[in-house]
Write a protein that binds this ligand. Structure first.
Ligand SMILES: CC(C)(COP(=O)(O)OP(=O)(O)OC[C@H]1O[C@@H](n2cnc3c(N)ncnc32)[C@H](O)[C@@H]1OP(=O)(O)O)[C@@H](O)C(=O)NCCC(=O)NCCS
Length: 139
């Protein structure tokens, strides 16, 4: 297994992985166009895990100049429990540390708290979300 940066040719397979994990409810935020925008965003890290030249998992997160945040991690169900999710989180953590991040949070841990616990994450705060963003902007 190798971990590398996202490439535009990954889009279709990554959508399949997200669908298989029921994480594709918001194509505007997770679909191919969003993936390309994330790739172009300097604050973001977008990594793909590959087995035999085939993408089997992904992770996306952002560094704001001080703290870092993981937004999504997804491993194809056929490849669960092989250490791929752990390797993706460790690699993105290394990248953020290199940039200067002092801590790392995850916005949507899902129902896999055991997974995050074994990586030293502790349930700390609740998150509040405005979606779509126009709800905040409009009077
Ligand atoms: C959560 C997820 C990324 C974990 O990926 P993974 O590659 O299967 O995880 P790992 O093999 O690195 O797991 C490491 C450890 O985490 C814990 N863990 C992982 N999945 C678990 C599960 N389903 N139930 C209980 N513990 C689990 C175990 O301690 C595991 O070690 P073990 O297999 O030696 O017992 C994967 O299950 C997934 O994509 N789930 C759907 C999407 C999701 O919920 N993402 C997280 C929110 S964004």
């Amino acid at each position: 297994m190798i971990i590398r940066d996202f490439s535009p040719t990954d889009c279709d397979v990554l959508v399949e992985i997200l669908r298989a994990n029921l994480q594709y409810g918001d194509p505007a935020s997770e679909g191919p166009e969003a993936m390309l925008r994330v790739q172009a965003c300097k604050a973001a890290e977008f990594l793909v895990a590959e087995e035999d030249s085939h993408p089997v998992g992904m992770i996306k997160g952002v560094y704001d100049g001080s703290r870092a945040l993981i937004h999504i991690v997804s491993v194809h169900p056929d490849y669960h429990r092989r250490g791929i999710g752990t390797a993706l989180v460790r690699e993105i953590a290394k990248r953020f540390k290199k940039r200067g991040a002092t801590c790392l949070a995850v916005t949507v841990p899902g129902n896999r708290l055991d997974f995050w616990n074994q990586l030293s994450f502790k349930l700390a705060t609740r998150i509040m979300l405005a979606h779509p963003l126009d709800l905040v902007i409009s009077d």
